[in-house]
Design a protein around this ligand. Structure first.
Ligand code: NOJ
Length: 577
């Protein structure tokens, strides 16, 4: 690396005093699996509150809590029976209030999950719908239809649900209607054409805003409105798939249950509500207090995703392109450029994410051969990831991600370098994907295993007992928090250093240009702050070591450097002038 010519600006950067969410690092807590306060083997809100100082010390800005609401837990809480209460498994409403207060005292914002596409079949509205007759106002809260064929014995159309099998379930009552569930049969879809559904969710937003939350992560935000007429759709639905990895049978045709234009007016109405909590047109306005919406939307392209973050809609949407991109310099460069430029075209920040509760953790994913299709869970008998390679690449990928302008999401335990559990006995699996796919897809339990806090304790310190709702792999002992705190070179200390430098140097609001003239298997960019300070970021994907130019100083490296300070394969360095 002798010449350091940079490309024209790919992304211009944002003012240093931009609202918090344009650059925030947000840590996802999966409440079942982060910290168990009462020893029943399932994480809970008091457990979370007790461990929050760990997140302040890690250096994140906010937490996102996956659902903790009243729920029969048919989809780990994404099946909500009461949107205004806490499930006894996780505690009480007062525990949620205490958690929000404790987080705020530590300077952490709190984002909660909102699940508007479907409820639980144990929601009071759905129970009433089942008890009522076809055409009643009760049934109109959900999507009920008569079946096709003689006696209405066939589902109303051929849609498959995401977890496998038909997306329709027939009711037991005499009328024999069918209801739609894009996910499990215990997750009936709401009818968003019904103004009562819209009013209900606006009220739910206010309920949590009044309790002090800083925003909402909106579950399957692309699914609420379905194409009129419910036309047949021959293709399988998957979490996080899009036509890039699963080519469409009819190119250009959008799935009738995803990303319909009608969803946007819902989010415009929600944005008005959020803005009313921190009026943007008054002198008292401060971007530090913005309440935000972040959409989880599986759409066909970056152009479609940024429609959710136009000025009067959501603040952020997950950008899954980065997560789905293969470990290749050329692909990542393309994906990063298009993510930044499309977000810039509507004046929104982009988001970056590598792991969450729905996908193989990146320490495992990146240990699979480059180019392999991302499996939906790994189990006994499946090809196993290369753990060392996966961790080395995961550290390099995170160091790359946290130098990018925009907001970044971390998933609990990735700061420890946790791999997925890939040898869990199938009989212990809880994800509905496994039974609904006819035992062909193992699903998401592997990334949802309880956190290890103390390597020598029962349940690795997850709670006061030895109980854990999913078994922890033996490898988690050596990766526990207490084994990594203060240990030079540990993954936890790497994350702390990355987050500290990211904050100090304002990388989240910096500009980006590519470093040109590097070998094809090396990715390099410059993040420049408003005051002109530069951080040079270089990731080496190739076998040849990269020589760092003279005159630059090493800020950090995702792994050990080679002789003479060279950058080995699967390593990212941050440099400065
Ligand atoms: C997306 C969530 O992330 C996933 O965990 C859940 O199963 C589906 N939405 C259905 O709510």
């Amino acid at each position: 690396m002798t010449t350091l010519v940079s490309s024209p600006l790919v992304h211009p950067g944002s003012p240093p005093d931009s609202p918090w969410w344009r650059s925030a690092v947000i840590y996802q807590i999966y409440p079942r699996s982060w910290a168990d306060g009462d020893g029943d083997g399932v994480g809970d809100l008091p457990g979370i509150s007790g461990r929050l100082p760990y997140l302040r010390d890690l250096g994140v800005d906010a937490v996102w809590l996956s659902p903790f609401y009243t729920s029969p837990q048919a989809d780990a809480g994404y099946d909500v029976a009461d949107y205004r209460d806490v499930d006894p498994l996780f505690g009480k409403l007062a525990d949620a209030d205490a958690l929000f207060a404790a987080a705020h005292d530590l300077g952490l914002k709190v984002i909660v999950d909102l699940v508007p596409n479907h409820s639980s079949d144990e929601h009071v509205w759905f129970r009433a719908a089942l008890a009522a007759s076809p055409g009643s106002p009760e049934r109109a809260h959900y999507v009920f239809r008569d079946g096709r064929g003689p006696g209405g014995d066939l589902p109303p159309n051929n849609w498959q649900c995401v977890f496998g099998g038909s997306a329709w379930c027939r009711v037991a009552s005499e009328d024999g209607q069918w209801y739609l569930h894009l996910f499990d049969a215990k997750q009936p879809d709401f009818n968003w054409d019904n103004p009562e559904v819209r009013a209900e969710f606006e009220d739910v937003l206010r309920f949590w805003l009044d309790r002090g939350v800083d925003g909402f992560r909106v579950d399957v935000a692309n699914a609420l409105v379905k194409e009129a007429g419910f036309p047949d759709w021959d293709e399988k639905l998957h979490i996080l798939d899009n036509p890039v990895d699963v080519p469409r049978k009819v190119p250009g045709r959008r799935a009738p249950m995803w990303d319909q234009d009608g969803v946007h007016e819902i989010y415009r109405a929600w944005r008005r509500i959020l803005n009313s909590y921190n009026p943007i047109h008054t002198d008292a306005y401060s971007g530090d207090n913005d309440r935000i919406l972040c959409g989880e939307a599986w759409v066909d392209s970056p152009e479609r995703i940024v429609r959710y973050v136009r000025k009067d809609e959501m603040h952020q949407a997950f950008n899954f392109e980065f997560l789905k991109t293969q470990w290749r310099a050329v692909d990542l460069r393309k994906g990063i450029t298009s993510s930044l430029t499309t977000a810039d075209s509507v004046g929104a920040p982009t988001t970056w994410v590598l792991s969450n509760h729905d996908v193989l953790r990146h320490a495992s994913r990146l240990g699979l051969p480059v180019g392999a299709k991302r499996p939906n869970g790994i189990g006994i008998g499946d090809p196993q990831p290369d753990a060392d390679l996966g961790l080395r690449r995961a550290r390099a990928a995170t160091a790359l991600m946290l130098a990018l302008p925009g907001s970044a999401y971390l998933y609990q335990g990735e700061e420890l370098g946790l791999p997925d559990s890939t040898d869990m006995p199938d009989g212990l699996r809880q994800d509905p994907t496994w039974p609904r796919s006819g035992h062909t897809e193992r699903g998401r339990d592997g990334c949802r295993v309880p956190m290890p806090w103390e390597g020598d304790r029962p349940s690795y310190g997850f709670g006061p007992s030895d109980r854990t709702w999913l078994p922890q792999p033996a490898s988690y002992s050596a990766l526990a928090v207490d084994r990594q705190v203060g240990v030079e070179g540990s993954t936890l200390e790497l994350y702390r250093a990355l987050l500290a430098i990211r904050h100090e140097r304002g990388l989240g609001v910096g500009s980006l240009s590519w470093l040109e003239g590097l070998p094809g298997e090396v990715l390099g960019f410059v993040n420049t702050s408003a005051t002109g300070e530069r951080v040079l970021v270089v990731t080496n994907f190739g076998a040849e070591r990269v020589v760092v130019p003279e005159g630059v100083r090493l800020l950090l490296s995702s792994g050990p450097l080679g002789d003479g300070g060279t950058v080995p394969t699967d390593t990212t360095v941050w440099l400065t002038d």
